[in-house]
Design a protein around this ligand. Structure first.
Ligand SMILES: [Fe+2]
Length: 179
């Protein structure tokens, strides 16, 4: 049953991500978020199905633009979940994870699943393949400022100890790149 739900979420999400042509979100960012979210769910004994479905759906709102995409993602996911056979409390938890995945909406009272999606989103930013092209390259101060912004955006979302540990070496490496 769980496998079926994940497959349906994947099919729906791919359709949405395909509408956003600026970045290949599905192949890059979403797959990273999903992998990290599942690893964190294991470490934190969280609900794996909730975390996996939330990771798959968390950025679908990009299909209607980047601005406030967490709200659009929430609304699109809410409609989609109506077609899915899942207990109401799990659906609500998935929706909360999606709505709160941006740093500015995060709250100390968030569920462990919501913190996992925030942290996995941050980890995905700092482990993004895009960083590779800046290794061994001379960086202008504008480039450094831009990269510093992305690094601190990623770090600001990593709010679980288990995630901080996963990030540590990569953060050190990126700090050396932009120093
Ligand atoms: Fe994301």
């Amino acid at each position: 049953m769980n496998e079926n739900i994940v497959k349906k979420a994947e099919a729906f999400a791919k359709e949405q991500y395909n509408k956003y042509t600026e970045e290949p979100l599905w192949d890059n960012h979403i797959s990273l978020v999903r992998d990290f979210a599942l690893k964190l769910a294991e470490a934190e004994h969280a609900d794996k199905l909730v975390v996996e479905v939330a990771a798959i759906l968390h950025d679908i709102g990009y299909s209607e633009g980047k601005e406030d995409h967490n709200i659009t993602s929430y609304n699109l996911a809410k409609e989609f979940l109506k077609s899915i056979n899942l207990p109401l409390d799990k659906k609500e938890l998935i929706l909360k994870c999606i709505l709160n995945h941006g740093g500015k909406f995060s709250d100390i009272k968030d569920s462990i699943e919501a913190k996992i999606i925030q942290s996995a989103d941050g980890l995905a930013i700092i482990f993004d393949d895009a960083w590779k092209k800046y290794e061994n390259k001379y960086l202008t101060s504008d480039e450094k400022d831009e990269l510093k912004f992305f690094l601190s955006k990623g770090i600001s979302k990593i709010n679980l100890k288990s995630a901080v540990n996963m990030a540590k070496n990569q953060v050190d490496k990126l700090n050396r790149i932009i120093m």
